[in-house]
Design a protein around this ligand. Structure first.
Ligand SMILES: Cc1cc2nc3c(=O)[nH]c(=O)nc-3n(C[C@H](O)[C@H](O)[C@H](O)COP(=O)(O)OP(=O)(O)OC[C@H]3O[C@@H](n4cnc5c(N)ncnc54)[C@H](O)[C@@H]3O)c2cc1C
Ligand code: FES
Length: 259
């Protein structure tokens, strides 16, 4: 499991100008919210959440931002990549009424969890926040599952005008949820956490990863919690004790980077 399995890309789909989904055959069982380490030959190996969970076919959905994601973006059906994992824990999905809050590419990680909640007949509301309508993806997928979907854009080009944590605050004032589950920019998740004090809360964190399975210590937060192993999803009680949450992360060299 800790060696990359080389797979052929079966299908690629451009979701937006800069966001792509890649699907491949990989038969391991996956919990929604887990991630793979993706090896792009001759370039790098990077963590990516699993965005599609079929029995045999799995997928990842990513934004191109640097060397590795740009190289991955250029790959076509038939090209090969290496997959390690799945790693990490994923969301605990239970209760009667769940609010999912996704910022930017966070919906890639959240979509399989929405599917899981709908399978469990849980009333599910999904908020997706993006900068503008051109960055929106998985809108139809979430609607197809039957979840209630609300969109926010920073520039008001679609849905609520403003940031998704403010939309969440409005929705939480009018509705009673027993869980808030989130993935997105950490400052957004911190703000949401502060507004969800009496509700069960889970957030998926991103930290720089090297091994992906708990041995290198690169992704530690708080008092020795490994995001790749004890996370990436942490509950509210644990987040309270992670002093880095919403304050800083570490770069590849281990140096602190303030959010
Ligand atoms: C558990 C997890 C799940 C993720 N899931 C997704 C996803 O579903 N879709 C998506 O678009 N992105 C996801 N990411 C982020 C993705 O890993 C980075 O965008 C990618 O590594 C950038 O690499 P690059 O070479 O293109 O960019 P670079 O220019 O090398 O880096 C740009 C930024 O990406 C981050 N990054 C780079 N390398 C790593 C690394 N090895 N580990 C963690 N972060 C890194 C750093 O913040 C860095 O500043 C996830 C990250 C983590 C930790
Ligand atoms: S990436 Fe090595 S311990 Fe988490």
């Amino acid at each position: 499991m800790n060696y990359p399995k080389v797979v052929k890309i079966l299908e690629t789909k451009k979701e937006t100008l800069d966001i792509k989904t890649i699907k491949f055959e990989y038969s391991e069982d996956i919990n929604p919210g887990q991630f793979f380490m993706i090896w792009i030959p001759n370039v790098d190996e990077i963590p990516m959440s699993v965005s599609y969970i079929g029995d045999k076919i799995k997928g990842i959905t990513f934004k191109r931002i640097g060397d590795a994601t740009n190289a991955l973006f250029e790959l076509k059906s038939g090209d090969k990549i290496g997959i390690r994992g799945p790693y990490g824990n994923g969301f605990e999905i239970h209760g009667k009424n769940i609010l999912f809050v996704a910022g930017g590419t966070g919906i890639a990680m959240i979509a399989p969890s929405v599917e899981e909640a709908m399978k469990k007949d849980i009333k599910t509301t999904v908020l997706i926040g993006v900068k503008n309508k051109n960055e929106l993806f998985f809108e139809n997928r979430i609607k197809k599952y039957g979840a209630e979907l609300l969109i926010s854009t920073d520039d008001g080009s679609k849905g609520y005008k403003g940031v998704v944590s403010d939309l969440a605050e409005e929705i939480m004032t009018d509705n009673k949820f027993d869980q808030v589950l989130t993935c997105g920019p950490e400052l957004m998740m911190k703000k949401l956490f502060e507004k969800s004090k009496n509700i069960s809360f889970q957030a998926s964190l991103e930290r720089y990863m090297k091994c992906g399975f708990g041995i290198c210590g690169q992704c530690c937060v708080g008092k020795g919690l490994r995001v790749c192993n004890e996370g990436p999803v942490f509950d509210g009680k644990t987040l309270e004790k992670i002093e880095d949450f919403g304050i800083f992360k570490r770069d590849a060299s281990g140096k602190k980077v303030i959010f």
